[in-house]
Design a binder for this molecule. Structure first.
Ligand code: FAD
Length: 743
């Protein structure tokens, strides 16, 4: 009898914020519906997989972080496969597919995925499915969804080919060694592999036809929800829903509502978070598979629960007082920028270098936690102990109790310090929420928002305005998810990094940083604007009395607010080690912060070594208005007077220009000033072995600066775009073109 073996493949992920992990988990979960078995591991779980001996297809899902770095949990893997000692046929047995996640707003788009792919190919591995490069800048799903759709056939094809290669190989071996005693179990397994692969191919064709026929049927009569290649869920047959909540609508006889729904049918005048327009409102939907629940959560009354104040893992954090707060912008500035000084003198081990950044640990807002508790109907249990365990019957592959949630914490602590309750609900979360939504119209809208057909609405109403789960629950009042679902789907509350804006040589025992108070405007689903979580919290912490330039410091106040911080490792965003090398800094807005540290350090070095040779320093700064948001103006002008800063190039994007002619000649943004100084910039970079640092907004500025540099190199060296790109990539590799960007 042949042994019934389900064809197997391997899924490996490297993930920084959980996106790659959740896609990998989705693949592993869906595998069963395709008659396959997936072995899921994180790339750092080296005892769980062995690529050196892997004979089944391997699917990599990897993200990229920072300046093109691998995620933390893929670092060792990338290091391992980059070893020069590996031979060119090291992975010749390996068949792989790769999905790379990245963001074109940042340098080195999908660099980790590209690096892994390049190495796999160098080492002889064969690709069985074209690599996907998904861009978070425009929405990962644009690439991820079709890539996932094609993956299953590709895996089956790869399995089939690998099995037949093995059969052929074995046949040759058997013929070659006809006299040897055959291994009695081998032929059965081969036959089984082949037959099951073929069987799966048939099944998949069947499933696809079924899906199509559901579409056809839906198009000709009522709309229905079609779950991707899986049986319809309990909520899977909701019909048309053109009603909306809280938005103007008028009755019509045209759209039908599901039988039994209360209320009159409506026609929607404008689409919003809670209602859609045709064709979406009349469309069949492909919704993601329902994520299997995997946590059991219970609340337990506890008399003596320890009241923890502040984040956990205090051993690795430092609680430091805010010794000074200065508003750097004028009251009428569009953005509010604040400088905070932390007193780190109690922690001598907290030494930092210019260019370093550190993490600030902030809690969720008390009002939002309260709101969430009442939304969950758990206000009275806020001080109960939260018990979390894995569901015994869970179908989720690789399910684990989140490591960042420790034992013995209260519900209040969980919602305050552990979960990002501001997190933008992902599509899988929306899909799961459908099951806990009573009203059929709201259910249908949630299905639309997580469906393939509703991708544009998801971007418009959820992703782009950064809608939080709380805001979503407010807009969908009949949705009552259990606490376990929130824990399963909400990401870890992450600390926020900030760049040091000081040198400890100038400010001994102190650490400065500068930030803009992030503002989220009101939008559909958010009646009132709100501030960024950390910047809003810091702003409230120092209010009502931030110290304005020229006024007395608040350090005399008796109760200085304290915050938890920890230093982040950094080894490249540092001033050149050789002081004679020239360097240029591009830092508009709060992007100037690390360069204040660079320049303070340079001033100290010059003072200590007046005879020393110091290279030229350039700073390109930009803001809206000279008199409203020119951050660190006095200090920067002081650096120029003392000769610490050789060239300060400042531009103002919104100041009135006197006449059209002079306006045209005036630089508006930092890249325009770079261009005006093209000769110097290219000379420093290409001939003097100098450095260029860029810090600040990732979305526009860093990209524009990059484009400008390319243009400058093209003109200066008389080369084409490709060659210019190579030169810039070379500068990056030499760590002479460095970015520290965010946003
Ligand atoms: P959240 O509630 O987390 O909302 C952030 C969201 O707001 C983002 O998803 C984005 O869509 C949007 N957003 C709008 N404007 C900004 C903006 N200016 N920055 C980030 N997100 C924005 N910020 C500084 O102001 N000064 C610094 O010196 C600084 N250094 C950083 C260094 C590193 C290495 C990194 C990765 C980030 C740095 N940031 C810095 C960004 C900072 O960590 C936070 O992301 C930012 O302050 C917003 O945090 P929040 O909790 O208030 O906003």
């Amino acid at each position: 009898m042949p042994v019934e073996v389900k064809p197997r493949f391997v899924v490996l992920y490297g993930s920084q914020k959980g996106q790659a992990q959740s896609i990998a988990e989705g693949i592993a979960e869906e595998a069963e519906q395709h008659g396959l078995v997936a072995d899921l591991s994180c790339l750092n779980e080296t005892t769980k997989y062995n690529l050196e001996k892997e004979n089944d297809p391997v699917v990599f899902i990897v993200s990229t972080t920072g300046d093109g770095e691998p995620p933390d949990n893929a670092l060792q893997f990338v290091k391992r496969i980059k070893r020069k000692a590996l031979s060119t046929d090291h992975y010749k047995h390996l068949c792989y597919a790769l999905l790379a996640l990245g963001d074109t707003n940042y340098a080195n788009f999908c660099n980790c995925g590209k690096t892994i792919e390049r190495r796999l190919q160098d080492l002889g591995a064969k690709q069985f499915y074209a690599t996907g490069y998904a861009d978070d800048g425009v929405g990962l799903e644009v690439v991820v969804d079709p890539w996932l759709e094609g993956l299953w056939n590709a895996i089956r094809g790869a399995l089939s080919k690998m099995a037949s290669d093995r059969t052929a190989h074995l046949k040759v071996n058997t013929e070659d060694s006809a006299e040897e005693t055959p291994d009695s179990s081998t032929p059965d397994v081969q036959i089984s592999l082949l037959s099951i692969t073929d069987h799966q191919n048939c099944e998949s064709v069947g499933a696809a036809v079924e899906t199509d026929s559901k579409f056809a049927c839906a198009a000709s009569s009522v709309a229905s929800v079609v779950s991707d290649l899986r049986p319809a869920s309990p909520a899977g047959s909701i019909g048309l829903a053109s009603q909306c909540h809280g938005t103007a609508s008028i009755p019509t006889s045209a759209p039908k509502t599901q039988a039994g729904d209360v209320g009159v049918p409506h026609v929607v005048l404008a689409a919003s978070l809670t209602c859609s327009l045709p064709p979406l409102s009349e469309s069949s939907l492909n919704v993601p598979a329902l994520p299997p629940p995997y946590l059991d959560v219970s609340l337990q009354e506890a008399d003596t629960i320890e009241q923890i104040v502040g984040p956990l893992n205090k051993e690795t954090l430092h609680e430091v007082p805010v010794s000074k707060a200065v508003q750097l912008t004028r009251g009428d500035s569009v953005k509010t920028a604040i400088l905070l000084e932390l007193d780190i003198s109690a922690y001598p081990m907290m030494t930092y270098q210019p260019g370093d950044s550190f993490d600030v640990f902030c809690p969720n807002r008390a009002a939002e936690v309260d709101n969430m508790l009442s939304r969950l109907g758990l206000q009275d249990q806020r001080n109960h102990l939260v018990n979390i365990s894995l569901r015994k019957d869970t179908k989720k592959k690789g399910a684990q109790v989140p490591s960042y949630i420790s034992q013995n914490i209260s519900l209040l602590f969980l919602l305050t310090w552990c979960l990002e309750i501001r997190g933008i609900p992902k599509k899988a979360f929306l899909r799961a929420l459908v099951e806990h939504t009573g009203d059929s119209v709201q259910r249908r809208r949630l299905q639309e928002l997580c469906s393939k057909q509703g991708a544009a609405d998801y971007n418009l109403y959820v992703r782009d305005p950064s809608l939080s789960i709380l805001e979503l629950l407010t807009a969908f009042p009949s949705c009552s998810p259990p606490l376990s679902l929130l824990i399963e789907h909400l990401p870890k509350l992450q600390p926020r990094p900030y760049s040091a804006a000081s040198s400890c040589l100038t400010h001994s025992g102190k650490l400065h940083f500068a930030f803009n108070v992030v503002e989220f405007p009101a939008c559909t689903g958010r009646p009132m604007g709100r501030r960024g979580l950390c910047t809003g919290w810091l702003f409230d912490l120092i209010n009502p009395s931030p110290v304005f330039p020229g006024k007395a410091e608040s350090s005399n106040s008796p109760a200085l607010p304290k915050i938890h911080v920890s230093l982040r490792p950094n080894c490249s965003f540092r001033p050149p080690s050789d002081p004679s090398v020239p360097f240029m800094m591009v830092g508009p807005g709060t992007g100037v912060a690390p360069f204040i540290g660079f320049l303070q350090q340079r001033a100290e070095e010059r003072q200590k070594n007046p005879e020393g040779v110091f290279g030229e320093t350039w700073l390109f700064f930009g803001c809206r208005h000279r008199d409203r948001d020119y951050l660190f103006r006095e200090e920067l002008e002081g650096f120029v007077s003392s000769g610490t800063l050789s060239h300060l190039k400042v531009c103002f994007s919104r100041d009135d220009r006197e006449d059209e002619e002079s306006a045209a000649a005036q630089p508006r943004y930092v890249q325009h000033n770079l261009l005006l100084n093209s000769q110097h910039v290219t000379d420093i970079l290409l001939r003097q072995n100098g450095y260029l640092y860029v810090c600040g907004d990732a979305k526009n500025m860093a990209k524009d600066v990059n484009e400008t540099l390319l243009e400058m190199i093209k003109t200066e060296l008389q080369v084409d775009q490709l060659e210019a790109m190579k030169r810039l990539a070379g500068l990056r590799e030499e760590k002479r073109y460095l970015q520290d960007i965010w946003g």
